[in-house]
Design a protein around this ligand. Structure first.
Ligand SMILES: C[S@@+](CC[C@H](N)C(=O)[O-])C[C@H]1O[C@@H](n2cnc3c(N)ncnc32)[C@H](O)[C@@H]1O
Length: 376
């Protein structure tokens, strides 16, 4: 059996440069299917692995030699589609049988699949020096594995910002980041506007942690990022920037810190908001039974999730009442963060009422910070 697996690996390696697609199926583990395709990332030939688990698909790009690490023995069917021939391994009892058959795959078919690779605002291999200091990239441009989820989050965040700003003719922008923490996102926002869009940017990150703020200011200074600043402030009570502001961002600002960020934007009539809320405890701790939703309050886990969704629904309702158009976006796949709802809002001249929110509060007797901060 081990010899057979070695033979499969040998066939994979020998045919890797002609590979159109490899499909591994009929598995003995929770990853039911794996599809491998060649991809070109910047100028590097790599392989994209698609893993199918329950109803989700996970992607990873790997180097050629990592093809050997795929758990071939856990799949009963292995089909290697290459230029001119398919190689098929089928496990019967404990032995793999190998078959080969001709196909119509030509070299141009393979070139097409190379172009399908998604390009992010920053990609593995790009030289973004601050990202090395922040520990997202290694010195040779690889993503630090433990930071992969953060890398996905900040790239997606910038993509959503880019959707709005790419067609906008602006030379200058001021943006505030509430609860910037280690500031991966704040640095990337600055890089995006200054290095990619060639705009003048005034970006300020706020956080409670003095050491993190000092370190971020040092890094910004060391790269001559004159428009990027970090301040130690409590966004719940300190007086913040009072010049003209184009947009605010917040990524996982803890609990009610998100509400204070949204309240700041509402009161200052800031045109754009991009906010991904974090954990939220307030409604979960205060809500009482009172009506049709009571079955959602019987069990701790369901109550917690329901309260989190209700919190975001109320934030959306308040923003709409205060004149914002709001889109609720699944920000990244659940696998990269369970806190994956983004509220993207833009100010209009419309307004609405708090009626629906107030009816719910009367019935279920909970408190919600954004409502408390904004009610008249
Ligand atoms: C989960 S971290 C997220 C950091 C960063 N935005 C990210 O996504 O990597 C939340 C940050 O919010 C900051 N924070 C929480 N409450 C705050 C407040 N009242 N004022 C300023 N920062 C606050 C915390 O210090 C922490 O760094």
């Amino acid at each position: 059996m081990e010899d057979m697996i070695e033979n499969i690996k040998k066939d994979v390696i020998e045919n890797a440069s002609n590979l159109k697609k490899m499909i591994l199926s009929d598995s003995t583990n929770e990853i039911k299917k794996i599809i491998v395709r060649p991809v070109q990332i910047k100028n590097r030939e790599m392989f994209q692995i698609e893993r199918y688990c329950l109803n989700k698909v996970f992607h990873e790009n790997i180097e050629f030699n990592k093809l050997l690490d795929i758990p071939y023995a856990e799949y009963k069917q292995i089909m290697i589609e290459t230029i001119g021939k398919d190689i098929i391994f089928s496990k019967q009892k404990s032995e793999y049988k190998k078959k080969e058959r001709p196909n119509n795959i030509s070299p141009t078919d393979i070139k097409l699949s190379h172009n399908k690779q998604k390009s992010y605002i920053i990609n593995e291999g790009d030289y973004v020096p601050a990202m090395i200091d922040l520990g997202i990239f290694t010195k040779d441009g690889k993503i630090v594995r433990s930071k992969y989820d953060k890398f996905k989050q900040i790239n997606r965040f910038i993509e959503i910002i880019d959707d709005l700003f790419k067609s906008m003719k602006k030379d200058e922008i001021t943006m505030l980041d509430f609860g910037c923490g280690k500031s991966y996102l704040t640095f990337l926002v600055y890089y995006y506007f200054v290095e990619i869009k060639k705009m003048k940017a005034n970006i300020i990150g706020y956080d409670l942690k003095a050491d993190v703020v000092d370190r971020c200011n040092e890094i910004a200074k060391s790269y001559g990022y004159t428009g990027l600043h970090f301040q130690m402030n409590d966004i719940k009570k300190d007086k913040l920037y009072d010049g003209k502001i184009d947009a605010i961002i917040s990524l996982h600002a803890c609990d009610t810190a998100t509400d204070y960020a949204l309240d700041f934007a509402i009161k200052r009539k800031i045109p754009y908001i991009f906010s991904v809320p974090c954990c939220q405890h307030e409604i979960n701790q205060t809500i009482k039974k009172g009506g049709d939703f009571d079955i959602l309050l019987n069990d701790g886990l369901i109550k917690e999730r329901f309260s989190a969704l209700l919190t975001d629904a109320i934030r959306v309702e308040v923003l709409r009442a205060k004149g914002y158009n709001v889109d609720v976006i699944e920000f990244v796949d659940f696998a990269h963060s369970p806190k994956n709802i983004m509220l993207r809002a833009s100010l209009t001249d419309k307004s609405g009422s708090f009626d629906k929110v107030e009816k719910l509060i009367k019935k279920y007797n909970f408190t919600q910070k954004l409502y408390e901060l904004t009610k008249e």
